[in-house]
Design a binder for this molecule. Structure first.
Ligand SMILES: [Zn+2]
Length: 210
């Protein structure tokens, strides 16, 4: 299923990731394949959940999903990560083709322990941006270059990106992929997430309709 032919600017980028293994992954949502990637210049690991035949010439649904232990696993309603991930899987399942790169940049890159420290500050009234600043972290420390390399490696070039985050679009374009379309991924949010989402929209430039 992985086809490395075709002419794509991302192909000129020096390779900094390696694919270690690919396996089948049946899920509640559908049949997927899962691939494990390793960074060659850090100890970061990535996972790709994918479905269908990849073709560089066909604009394909993709998402870069940053790990959110609290939302993805525990069903936290402080953010919308869990439902977004599920929605992305459902959209790929419905289309029959697509890929999600799951990057382990928990808490917008600060790690799970620091994210819990930030949550503790939020319990005292800080918003998500103020909390990171109080802890001395960048508001968003994530980088996406290697995610773009991975999308190229699985055989993609033209992508339809499921995201509300303009930084992700910019990073994919800078890495040489062609972003054909942005697909908004809005999910129903609970009240604790509503404040968080407003902050993401107002302070981090996310493209949310409300
Ligand atoms: Zn989250």
């Amino acid at each position: 299923m992985i086809n490395n032919n075709g002419d794509c600017a991302a192909g000129a980028v020096k390779k900094t990731v390696e694919r270690v293994a690919v396996a089948k992954l049946p899920t509640e949502i559908g049949e997927f394949k899962i691939a494990g990637y390793r960074s060659l210049d850090s100890d970061e690991e990535f996972v790709v959940l994918m479905k269908g035949e990849m073709d560089r010439n066909i604009p394909t649904l993709v998402r870069i999903h940053s790990q959110c232990l609290t939302g993805d696993v525990f069903g936290s309603i402080k953010c919308d990560c869990g439902p977004q991930l599920r929605k992305a899987m459902e959209m790929i399942e419905a289309k029959g083709v697509g890929a999600i790169v799951y990057q382990q940049q928990e808490g917008r890159g600060i790690g799970i322990i620091n994210k819990i420290r930030a949550y503790a500050l939020q319990d005292e009234g800080a918003d998500t941006v103020e909390a990171n600043e109080k802890l001395g972290f960048a508001v968003d420390a994530r980088v996406y270059g290697q995610c773009a390399e991975i999308l190229f490696d699985i055989g993609l070039c033209k992508v339809r990106v499921m995201t509300n985050n303009p930084d992700k679009i910019k990073a994919l374009e800078e890495a040489g992929l062609t972003v054909v379309e942005r697909i908004p991924i809005e999910v129903e949010s609970f009240e604790p997430a509503a404040h968080y989402l407003r902050t993401k929209k107002e302070k981090l430039g996310h493209l949310l309709s409300d």
